[in-house]
Design a protein around this ligand. Sequence first.
Ligand code: PLP
Length: 481
Amino acid sequence: MNSLLNHAFDPEEFRREGHQLVDLITTYLNDCREARPMPVLPPSDPDTMVDFWTKDLNSTGFDLQKFYQTLIQQSNHIHHPRYMGHQVVPPAPLSALTELLEAVLNNGMAIYEMGPASTAIERVVLRWLAQKIGMTDLADGILTSGGSAGNLTGLLAARQAMCGYNIWDEGARDDSKLAFMVSEEAHYSVARAARIMGWGDQGVVKVPVNSRMQLDSSRLGETLEKAQAQGLKVIALVGNACTTSTGTYDPLSKMADFAEAHGLWFHVDGAHGGAAAMTEKYRHLTSGIERADSVVIDFHKMMLAPALTTAVLFRNGQHSYETFAQKAEYLLSNGAKKPWYDSAGRTLECTKKMLGVKVYAMIKLYGDQLFSDYITTTYDLGHFMSGLLKQEKEFELAVEPDGNIVCFRYRPDGFTGDLNKLTAFIRKKITDDAGFYVVQTSVGGQIYLRVTLMNPFTKEEDLRDLLRFIRKIAGSLVNPG
Ligand SMILES: Cc1ncc(COP(=O)(O)O)c(C=O)c1O
């Protein structure tokens, strides 16, 4: 037997290296839990980073554990309480451990035989989630790789169900210009889905937002009429639960009413905040989500799972079969239902990761309450942050937050310079210092700092320290020396 292959598949080496890796990760997680000072995003530039790894690749010798250590050092530390950047969750560590087993088993999932247990587990997890967000037993769906793929999956089903002909087989007809309506604040993957479907820019009819960046439901009627007058056939309405930039929720109930009254498909992009439907305290934000025809929820955002794990739920489960197939494809020629368990027919992926397994393990290990506690804790932190910003002189909120995304900026008294430049300068200084990781966004054409409080162990004192640090940075600019 080839000795290299023997080496690569040596179970004992796996055991040895695995134990060491688990120890290394445990030390890392402890350092993060205890908020040991570390550069949350170690400063680097892309070209130097490529040089580093090119040299490493061309060097002789390789120490796997040293490689793991270097990888940790050079990464963005989302487990650190001072990570407040993008909407990526610090995964519950045991969900990552479960993913290790998934990687070893590597069951492909395209058809049942390629992953019997994981296919069944996926179905159980989807039914569990559908019930948690208030859908009935008729709901069904699939797990896919990311919210962007999820939005495309849901909107492809909307197109097939609502366009009035078999677009999947026939292709687009010249005389039907399809479109959906969505707020100006939707995630770019929604507009991208329209372009992928060949609808171009005109396929995304933008509904104006109010001062909190929520879709203004009073403008729906006029927006639809205008689109129709331009010859567009609007087939769907898309709601945000919540928006990426400011984290505010669209009025889903009113949108569901409108969609129902006008015969539109209602799709909810709940990639970030759809799971708030599972909480006692913040459920009201998602009211109406249960009436959506399709809903996207990312487990890797607010449900503690490693990326990427996304649920696409259909209120009427039969629609799940329309995404990549002609209408009624879920029926076989003899009228029997198409089997649910060969999931490649309903997903973008052919080979797919065993996505539901880690979620299932978390549900069983900790119970539903884990998700509710996580969301409530981080959303509470967002509200604490907004209260703090209102108390602190010279800070201003972009909008009153609904959850754990907070956009704000610092406006020193008497400052007459360019506030956008000052905010960008502050963000750069925070990034250079690396004691915190925050990002910036544009709200209504103005630049704001944006924190997404993804870490349940971020403390109120961390947030106070951040504001102190921002004052210090701005002070050094406004009053140099
Ligand atoms: C509202 C919303 N939808 C969709 C996405 C895309 O999700 P993913 O990054 O999993 O593709 C994001 C990502 O930030 C998002 O915030």
